[in-house]
Design a binder for this molecule. Structure first.
Ligand code: SF4
Length: 316
Protein backbone atom coordinates (compact mmCIF):
# COMPACT_ATOMS: atom_id res chain seq x y z
CA UNK A 1 0.00 0.00 0.00
CA UNK A 2 1.47 3.35 -1.02
CA UNK A 3 1.28 6.66 0.78
CA UNK A 4 2.83 9.95 -0.26
CA UNK A 5 5.12 11.93 2.01
CA UNK A 6 6.67 15.39 1.85
CA UNK A 7 10.21 14.38 0.93
CA UNK A 8 11.95 16.32 3.73
CA UNK A 9 10.06 14.22 6.32
CA UNK A 10 12.04 11.20 5.15
CA UNK A 11 15.24 13.06 6.04
CA UNK A 12 15.98 13.97 2.43
CA UNK A 13 17.96 17.21 2.32
CA UNK A 14 15.53 19.09 0.11
CA UNK A 15 14.61 22.04 2.32
CA UNK A 16 15.49 25.56 1.19
CA UNK A 17 18.55 25.54 3.52
CA UNK A 18 19.81 22.17 2.28
CA UNK A 19 18.65 20.30 5.38
CA UNK A 20 15.91 17.69 5.94
CA UNK A 21 13.13 17.49 8.54
CA UNK A 22 13.19 13.79 9.37
CA UNK A 23 10.09 12.63 11.20
CA UNK A 24 10.78 9.51 13.25
CA UNK A 25 7.21 8.28 13.21
CA UNK A 26 7.07 8.48 9.41
CA UNK A 27 10.50 6.93 8.86
CA UNK A 28 10.46 4.28 11.58
CA UNK A 29 6.78 3.37 11.95
CA UNK A 30 4.87 4.16 8.76
CA UNK A 31 7.60 2.63 6.62
CA UNK A 32 6.89 -0.77 8.22
CA UNK A 33 3.37 -0.83 6.80
CA UNK A 34 3.42 1.38 3.73
CA UNK A 35 5.54 2.07 0.70
CA UNK A 36 6.45 5.73 1.13
CA UNK A 37 6.61 7.83 -2.04
CA UNK A 38 8.48 11.13 -1.67
CA UNK A 39 7.45 14.41 -3.31
CA UNK A 40 9.11 17.80 -3.07
CA UNK A 41 7.64 20.45 -5.38
CA UNK A 42 10.06 23.21 -4.35
CA UNK A 43 13.19 21.17 -4.99
CA UNK A 44 11.90 20.14 -8.41
CA UNK A 45 11.35 23.70 -9.53
CA UNK A 46 13.94 25.76 -7.62
CA UNK A 47 16.68 23.22 -6.69
CA UNK A 48 18.35 22.98 -3.26
CA UNK A 49 19.56 25.10 -1.51
CA UNK A 50 17.34 27.99 -2.58
CA UNK A 51 15.80 31.16 -1.30
CA UNK A 52 13.05 30.65 1.24
CA UNK A 53 9.53 31.65 0.19
CA UNK A 54 6.37 32.88 1.89
CA UNK A 55 2.69 33.26 1.05
CA UNK A 56 1.66 36.90 0.71
CA UNK A 57 -1.79 38.38 0.18
CA UNK A 58 -1.60 40.94 -2.62
CA UNK A 59 -4.78 42.61 -3.90
CA UNK A 60 -6.89 39.83 -2.41
CA UNK A 61 -4.86 37.09 -4.09
CA UNK A 62 -2.41 34.67 -2.49
CA UNK A 63 1.01 34.95 -4.14
CA UNK A 64 4.27 33.13 -3.40
CA UNK A 65 7.15 35.56 -2.91
CA UNK A 66 10.83 34.78 -2.35
CA UNK A 67 12.05 36.30 0.91
CA UNK A 68 15.31 37.90 -0.25
CA UNK A 69 14.89 38.90 -3.90
CA UNK A 70 11.13 39.43 -3.54
CA UNK A 71 10.49 37.49 -6.75
CA UNK A 72 6.96 36.35 -7.44
CA UNK A 73 7.33 32.59 -8.02
CA UNK A 74 3.63 31.72 -7.79
CA UNK A 75 3.21 30.50 -11.35
CA UNK A 76 6.21 28.19 -11.23
CA UNK A 77 5.14 26.63 -7.94
CA UNK A 78 1.54 26.40 -9.07
CA UNK A 79 2.53 24.58 -12.24
CA UNK A 80 4.73 21.99 -10.54
CA UNK A 81 2.11 21.51 -7.83
CA UNK A 82 -0.53 20.59 -10.41
CA UNK A 83 1.88 18.31 -12.25
CA UNK A 84 2.76 16.51 -9.02
CA UNK A 85 -0.89 16.31 -7.93
CA UNK A 86 -1.60 14.42 -11.18
CA UNK A 87 1.35 12.15 -10.39
CA UNK A 88 -0.08 11.53 -6.92
CA UNK A 89 -3.31 10.46 -8.62
CA UNK A 90 -1.47 8.17 -11.06
CA UNK A 91 0.67 6.72 -8.27
CA UNK A 92 -2.49 5.28 -6.75
CA UNK A 93 -1.80 6.50 -3.23
CA UNK A 94 -4.01 5.76 -0.22
CA UNK A 95 -2.93 8.72 1.90
CA UNK A 96 -0.44 11.54 2.26
CA UNK A 97 1.62 12.93 5.16
CA UNK A 98 2.56 16.57 4.59
CA UNK A 99 5.14 18.79 6.24
CA UNK A 100 3.26 21.23 8.43
CA UNK A 101 3.49 25.03 8.05
CA UNK A 102 5.21 24.91 4.66
CA UNK A 103 3.98 27.36 1.97
CA UNK A 104 3.93 24.37 -0.38
CA UNK A 105 3.03 21.40 1.81
CA UNK A 106 1.07 22.74 4.82
CA UNK A 107 -2.53 21.55 4.79
CA UNK A 108 -3.84 24.29 7.10
CA UNK A 109 -2.75 27.23 9.28
CA UNK A 110 0.14 28.22 6.99
CA UNK A 111 1.31 31.79 7.59
CA UNK A 112 -0.19 34.29 5.17
CA UNK A 113 1.69 37.61 5.21
CA UNK A 114 0.34 41.06 4.58
CA UNK A 115 2.02 42.69 1.56
CA UNK A 116 5.28 44.54 2.44
CA UNK A 117 4.94 43.67 6.10
CA UNK A 118 5.92 41.03 8.61
CA UNK A 119 2.40 40.76 9.90
CA UNK A 120 0.79 37.41 9.26
CA UNK A 121 -2.14 35.20 10.11
CA UNK A 122 -2.05 31.42 10.19
CA UNK A 123 -4.87 30.80 7.77
CA UNK A 124 -3.53 29.61 4.40
CA UNK A 125 -2.98 26.24 2.71
CA UNK A 126 0.24 25.35 0.89
CA UNK A 127 0.01 25.32 -2.91
CA UNK A 128 0.97 21.67 -3.36
CA UNK A 129 -1.36 20.53 -0.57
CA UNK A 130 -4.20 22.53 -2.14
CA UNK A 131 -3.53 21.02 -5.58
CA UNK A 132 -3.83 17.52 -4.07
CA UNK A 133 -6.99 18.44 -2.17
CA UNK A 134 -8.50 19.67 -5.44
CA UNK A 135 -7.45 16.59 -7.38
CA UNK A 136 -8.41 13.98 -4.77
CA UNK A 137 -10.68 15.61 -2.17
CA UNK A 138 -11.14 12.41 -0.16
CA UNK A 139 -7.55 11.24 -0.03
CA UNK A 140 -6.70 10.83 3.68
CA UNK A 141 -4.17 13.53 4.57
CA UNK A 142 -2.38 14.62 7.72
CA UNK A 143 0.59 16.72 8.82
CA UNK A 144 3.72 15.43 10.55
CA UNK A 145 3.36 17.08 13.97
CA UNK A 146 -0.30 16.10 14.36
CA UNK A 147 0.55 12.42 14.13
CA UNK A 148 2.03 12.57 17.62
CA UNK A 149 -1.56 12.82 18.84
CA UNK A 150 -2.80 9.21 19.24
CA UNK A 151 -6.40 10.24 18.47
CA UNK A 152 -5.50 11.92 15.16
CA UNK A 153 -3.10 9.10 14.34
CA UNK A 154 -5.76 6.42 14.86
CA UNK A 155 -8.30 8.33 12.78
CA UNK A 156 -5.82 8.96 9.97
CA UNK A 157 -4.45 5.42 9.71
CA UNK A 158 -7.92 3.93 9.91
CA UNK A 159 -8.96 6.21 7.04
CA UNK A 160 -6.04 4.98 4.95
CA UNK A 161 -7.09 1.34 5.31
CA UNK A 162 -10.72 2.20 4.63
CA UNK A 163 -9.75 4.21 1.54
CA UNK A 164 -7.69 1.29 0.23
CA UNK A 165 -10.53 -1.14 0.89
CA UNK A 166 -13.04 1.02 -0.99
CA UNK A 167 -10.65 1.47 -3.90
CA UNK A 168 -10.15 -2.28 -4.17
CA UNK A 169 -13.89 -2.86 -3.96
CA UNK A 170 -14.62 -0.35 -6.74
CA UNK A 171 -11.88 -1.74 -8.97
CA UNK A 172 -13.44 -5.22 -8.89
CA UNK A 173 -16.54 -4.38 -10.97
CA UNK A 174 -18.96 -4.53 -8.03
CA UNK A 175 -22.61 -5.52 -8.39
CA UNK A 176 -25.53 -4.17 -6.30
CA UNK A 177 -25.29 -7.34 -4.21
CA UNK A 178 -21.59 -6.76 -3.57
CA UNK A 179 -22.35 -3.16 -2.58
CA UNK A 180 -24.88 -4.35 0.00
CA UNK A 181 -22.26 -6.74 1.44
CA UNK A 182 -19.57 -4.04 1.50
CA UNK A 183 -21.93 -1.55 3.13
CA UNK A 184 -23.07 -4.09 5.73
CA UNK A 185 -19.51 -4.96 6.70
CA UNK A 186 -18.88 -1.30 7.57
CA UNK A 187 -22.02 -0.88 9.66
CA UNK A 188 -20.34 -0.54 13.03
CA UNK A 189 -17.28 1.31 11.82
CA UNK A 190 -19.61 3.93 10.30
CA UNK A 191 -21.76 3.87 13.48
CA UNK A 192 -18.63 4.78 15.43
CA UNK A 193 -18.53 7.98 13.37
CA UNK A 194 -22.26 8.66 13.38
CA UNK A 195 -25.47 6.65 12.98
CA UNK A 196 -26.95 9.32 10.68
CA UNK A 197 -24.19 8.65 8.17
CA UNK A 198 -25.04 4.97 8.10
CA UNK A 199 -28.70 5.79 7.42
CA UNK A 200 -27.69 8.10 4.57
CA UNK A 201 -25.45 5.43 3.09
CA UNK A 202 -28.25 2.88 3.54
CA UNK A 203 -30.62 5.00 1.51
CA UNK A 204 -28.06 5.30 -1.31
CA UNK A 205 -27.66 1.50 -1.32
CA UNK A 206 -31.45 0.97 -1.23
CA UNK A 207 -31.62 3.01 -4.46
CA UNK A 208 -35.33 3.82 -4.38
CA UNK A 209 -34.87 6.13 -7.38
CA UNK A 210 -33.61 3.21 -9.50
CA UNK A 211 -30.41 4.96 -10.53
CA UNK A 212 -27.76 3.14 -12.55
CA UNK A 213 -25.17 1.12 -10.64
CA UNK A 214 -22.49 3.52 -11.85
CA UNK A 215 -24.31 6.55 -10.40
CA UNK A 216 -25.01 4.76 -7.13
CA UNK A 217 -21.34 3.83 -6.75
CA UNK A 218 -20.20 7.41 -7.35
CA UNK A 219 -22.71 8.69 -4.79
CA UNK A 220 -21.80 5.96 -2.33
CA UNK A 221 -18.07 6.65 -2.63
CA UNK A 222 -18.48 10.34 -1.76
CA UNK A 223 -20.85 9.71 1.16
CA UNK A 224 -18.81 6.77 2.47
CA UNK A 225 -15.47 8.59 2.47
CA UNK A 226 -17.09 11.69 3.98
CA UNK A 227 -18.58 9.56 6.76
CA UNK A 228 -15.30 7.77 7.50
CA UNK A 229 -13.45 11.09 7.32
CA UNK A 230 -15.24 12.19 10.50
CA UNK A 231 -13.33 11.78 13.75
CA UNK A 232 -14.71 9.16 16.11
CA UNK A 233 -15.27 9.65 19.82
CA UNK A 234 -15.56 7.57 22.97
CA UNK A 235 -19.29 7.92 23.39
CA UNK A 236 -20.14 6.75 19.85
CA UNK A 237 -17.60 3.94 20.09
CA UNK A 238 -19.05 2.89 23.45
CA UNK A 239 -22.51 2.65 21.84
CA UNK A 240 -21.09 0.41 19.13
CA UNK A 241 -19.60 -1.88 21.78
CA UNK A 242 -23.03 -2.16 23.43
CA UNK A 243 -24.66 -2.90 20.06
CA UNK A 244 -22.22 -5.73 19.48
CA UNK A 245 -22.70 -7.02 23.01
CA UNK A 246 -26.45 -7.13 22.24
CA UNK A 247 -25.87 -9.94 19.71
CA UNK A 248 -24.97 -12.46 22.38
CA UNK A 249 -26.23 -11.04 25.66
CA UNK A 250 -29.04 -13.61 25.74
CA UNK A 251 -26.60 -16.44 25.14
CA UNK A 252 -24.27 -15.83 28.08
CA UNK A 253 -24.53 -16.04 31.85
CA UNK A 254 -24.81 -13.20 34.37
CA UNK A 255 -21.09 -13.14 35.24
CA UNK A 256 -20.06 -13.03 31.61
CA UNK A 257 -22.49 -10.19 30.93
CA UNK A 258 -21.15 -8.26 33.88
CA UNK A 259 -17.59 -8.86 32.73
CA UNK A 260 -18.30 -7.40 29.26
CA UNK A 261 -20.34 -4.46 30.53
CA UNK A 262 -17.66 -3.58 33.06
CA UNK A 263 -15.03 -3.65 30.33
CA UNK A 264 -17.19 -1.37 28.12
CA UNK A 265 -17.67 1.05 31.01
CA UNK A 266 -13.95 1.04 31.84
CA UNK A 267 -13.21 1.90 28.23
CA UNK A 268 -15.73 4.74 28.42
CA UNK A 269 -14.10 5.98 31.64
CA UNK A 270 -10.62 5.96 30.08
CA UNK A 271 -9.35 3.15 32.31
CA UNK A 272 -8.67 0.49 29.66
CA UNK A 273 -7.93 0.87 25.93
CA UNK A 274 -10.39 -0.07 23.20
CA UNK A 275 -8.35 -3.09 22.15
CA UNK A 276 -9.02 -4.77 25.52
CA UNK A 277 -12.80 -4.63 24.94
CA UNK A 278 -12.59 -5.54 21.27
CA UNK A 279 -10.49 -8.59 22.11
CA UNK A 280 -13.08 -9.66 24.63
CA UNK A 281 -15.94 -9.20 22.17
CA UNK A 282 -14.02 -11.06 19.48
CA UNK A 283 -13.80 -14.06 21.84
CA UNK A 284 -17.59 -14.22 21.96
CA UNK A 285 -17.91 -13.66 18.21
CA UNK A 286 -15.69 -16.69 17.78
CA UNK A 287 -17.44 -18.74 20.46
CA UNK A 288 -20.89 -18.22 18.90
CA UNK A 289 -19.47 -18.27 15.39
CA UNK A 290 -21.55 -15.21 14.53
CA UNK A 291 -21.21 -14.91 10.77
CA UNK A 292 -22.63 -11.35 10.70
CA UNK A 293 -20.24 -9.97 13.29
CA UNK A 294 -17.31 -11.84 11.77
CA UNK A 295 -17.62 -9.60 8.70
CA UNK A 296 -17.63 -6.35 10.73
CA UNK A 297 -14.63 -4.16 9.91
CA UNK A 298 -15.03 -2.42 13.26
CA UNK A 299 -13.70 -5.52 14.98
CA UNK A 300 -10.56 -5.71 12.80
CA UNK A 301 -10.06 -2.49 10.82
CA UNK A 302 -6.27 -2.62 10.31
CA UNK A 303 -3.21 -4.76 11.16
CA UNK A 304 -3.14 -5.32 14.90
CA UNK A 305 0.63 -4.69 14.95
CA UNK A 306 -0.12 -0.97 14.51
CA UNK A 307 -1.43 -1.17 18.09
CA UNK A 308 -3.44 2.03 17.60
CA UNK A 309 -6.27 0.86 19.81
CA UNK A 310 -3.86 0.01 22.61
CA UNK A 311 -3.52 3.66 23.56
CA UNK A 312 -6.15 5.06 25.92
CA UNK A 313 -5.55 8.49 24.41
CA UNK A 314 -6.53 7.24 20.94
CA UNK A 315 -10.16 8.04 21.84
CA UNK A 316 -11.64 11.27 23.15
S1 SF4 B 1 7.97 21.05 2.98
FE1 SF4 B 1 7.48 20.28 0.96
S2 SF4 B 1 8.40 21.72 -0.44
FE2 SF4 B 1 9.31 22.11 1.55
S3 SF4 B 1 11.17 20.88 1.56
FE3 SF4 B 1 9.56 19.63 2.46
S4 SF4 B 1 8.76 18.48 0.75
FE4 SF4 B 1 9.91 20.16 -0.10
Amino acid sequence: MKIGVSSCLLGNNCRYDGAGSKDNFVVEELSKYFELIAYCPEEMVFGTPRESIRLVEIDGEIRVISNKEQNDVTDKLQKISHTLASKVFDDNLCGFVFKAKSPSCGIERVKLYTHNSNMNEKKAVGLFAQAIKDKEPFLPIEEDGRLNDPWLKENFLMQIFVYKDLKKFLENDPTFKALVEFHTSYKYLVYAKGQESYKKLGSIVANHDKKSLEDVLVEYKVAFLSALGEKGNISKTYNVLLHIFGYFKKLINKDEKEHILTACQEYKDGIIPLIAVVKLLNLYVKRFDDSYLKTQKFLNPYPKELALRSDIKAYK
